[in-house]
Design a protein around this ligand. Structure first.
Ligand code: ZN
Length: 283
């Protein structure tokens, strides 16, 4: 695999009017399953992991990078390794020092000025190291909280230009009615807001909470400037379901075979997602 700064993948996606799927990895099977599906689909892929996952899995930033590089050797695809939702700038620094080619500083929990200040710190740290920086403006909440469509949480197009200019960030995660996790009711994306944000930002935009957004809406979002689509829950669910189904069907099953089925379920889901991100028609 070719490990690149995420920005390069996003600019290539822009030229193709497509987006790159960013999928979270949780173990060896998710890494190889992702790489294999991306190669089959001839798609670039972003492998991402959050500090919360790193903690839960009892691994280090350096270990996950080495794992991806080791398994990636045999694949002929373009990738980036990205840390997702680092709310602490120190986590971004650690990831950069460990060989990640992209980091997201998530300033959605702090006020506008602090978000600018911290994002700028990460941008400066990443400078000259060929690492892409993603920031978040607005707040992509959890679907459970049902706050995703409240005006106060949405990205304010009026603040975008100043944020981008003052931070020099490479790409921007937007809150336009999207949310993390499983949506309780059908999400309604604010496409007019997205267009206004894109006009002001002039950099690739990122859609978090890809799970549960109808395919047609993801495609429409891509046609309006989204270049990275984050997908976690659906792919994660598929893996867990495959594992549980295998065990339910045979209580004597060995881990290798339960994981084999989990990997297959997950890869089917990944393939669907990669297809959506590809070949979006011009509007
Ligand atoms: Zn997210």
């Amino acid at each position: 695999m070719q490990l690149l700064p995420m920005k390069e993948l996003l600019l290539e996606a822009k030229a193709n009017n497509s987006a790159v799927a960013a999928i979270n990895v949780s173990n060896m099977e998710t890494i190889t399953g992702l790489l294999e599906t991306a190669q089959k689909m001839e798609s670039s892929i972003i492998l991402q992991i959050s500090p919360m996952q790193i903690q839960a899995q009892k691994i280090t930033y350096a270990q996950i990078v080495e794992m991806i590089k080791l398994f990636g050797r045999d694949y002929d695809i373009k990738t980036s390794i990205h840390v997702d939702h680092a709310v602490d700038v120190e986590d971004c620094y650690k990831a950069i020092d460990s060989g990640f080619t992209s980091v997201m500083y998530d300033g959605s929990m702090v006020d506008f000025d602090t978000n600018i200040e911290n994002t700028l710190k990460v941008v400066n740290y990443a400078k000259g190291k060929n690492v892409t920086v993603e920031a978040e403006l607005g707040k992509v909440g959890g679907a459970e909280a049902s706050d995703s469509t409240e005006e106060g949480y949405m990205t304010d197009p009026g603040k975008v230009e100043i944020f981008v200019n003052r931070t020099g960030v490479d790409c921007l995660a937007v809150a336009i009615g999207n949310a993390h996790g499983q949506y309780k009711c059908k999400p309604k994306l604010d496409f007019n807001r997205l267009s206004a944000i894109y006009e002001k930002a002039g950099i690739p935009l990122v859609l978090h909470g890809g799970t549960g957004i109808p395919d047609v809406d993801i495609k429409k979002a891509i046609s309006k400037g989204i270049r990275k689509v984050n997908i976690f829950t659906e792919v994660d669910r598929a893996f867990v379901k495959g594992f549980v189904d295998a065990y339910t069907g045979n209580k004597n099953i060995y881990m290798m075979h339960a994981q084999e089925q989990a990997r297959e379920y997950m890869m089917r889901e990944i393939e669907k997602k990669l297809r959506i991100c590809k070949n979006v028609e011009e509007e």
